[in-house]
Design a protein around this ligand. Structure first.
Ligand SMILES: [Cu+2]
Length: 234
């Protein structure tokens, strides 16, 4: 804390105080009445540090489930998943973690879910592919008279990801009417997109490798299908 300038510390304190005040206002008298007590004793802080230290167990005087949170449960309250509570962070901290968390929550709300088919590991592997292709692939772009040619290359895990994702994406591009093809290279895949009235040359040039890779709305639904074991890995 000492390395923060005092102005920042003061500003943060002011924001925290305002937040606690706002939450207390909103929740006073409601089932979340517990927040009002934060002003009095920093009980949440105490509880949180105990959780972080892995001591388990609740302070003896707390009976949150029945009295304070109206059955919301401590876990939901602390982590705030979809709870919309004002003082609980929603950011998962890591995008693939958040993607998997969202999908798992969707699966868990489906009472007819066939858990014998669910494969979260497959989704995780695909998210690793996405990370490799998005962040680590080398994309050498070359303009043609009537299109763009992109050599997406890499090594090891990056190469595996390129070989799975780029040809699969070409199929998706064709489905949405793009004139695209892929060709195997020793260390990657060559992606060629031909310009059209809908996808003029200037646009293809501007989009480049990643702008073309994000086309179409298939990714999010495919993630859910992969997790359900309904989609062959690409
Ligand atoms: Cu994906």
């Amino acid at each position: 804390m000492s390395k923060f300038p005092w102005k920042t510390t003061l500003a943060v304190s002011a924001v925290l105080a305002a937040t606690v005040y706002a939450v207390a206002q909103v929740s006073s008298g409601g089932p979340m009445g517990m927040h009002g007590q934060m002003q009095q004793g920093g009980m949440m802080n105490q509880m949180h540090s105990q959780m972080m230290q892995g001591q388990g167990g609740m302070p003896g005087n707390m009976n949150m489930h029945s009295d304070l949170q109206g059955g919301m449960g401590m876990h939901g309250g602390m982590h705030g998943q979809q709870s919309g509570a004002l003082n609980v962070p929603a950011m998962p901290g890591q995008d693939a973690f958040g993607t998997i968390q969202e999908v798992v929550q969707i699966l868990q709300t489906d009472r007819t879910m066939d858990w014998s088919k669910v494969n979260i590991g497959a989704l995780r592997q695909h998210l690793i592919d996405m990370n490799e292709v998005t962040l680590h692939a080398t994309a050498a772009e070359r303009m043609l008279d009537n299109g763009i040619e992109i050599a997406a290359t890499g090594e090891g895990r990056t190469l595996e990801a390129i070989k799975r994702m780029v040809p699969a994406h070409v199929s998706e591009l064709r489905e949405i009417g793009w004139n695209a093809k892929s060709e195997d290279l020793a260390n990657g895949v060559k992606l060629t997109v031909t310009a059209s009235e809908a996808q003029p040359l200037a646009k293809l040039k501007a989009l480049g490798f990643m702008g073309i890779m994000v086309q179409g709305g298939h990714h999010q639904p495919h993630h859910l299908m992969m997790a359900k074991g309904e989609f062959p890995m690409h």
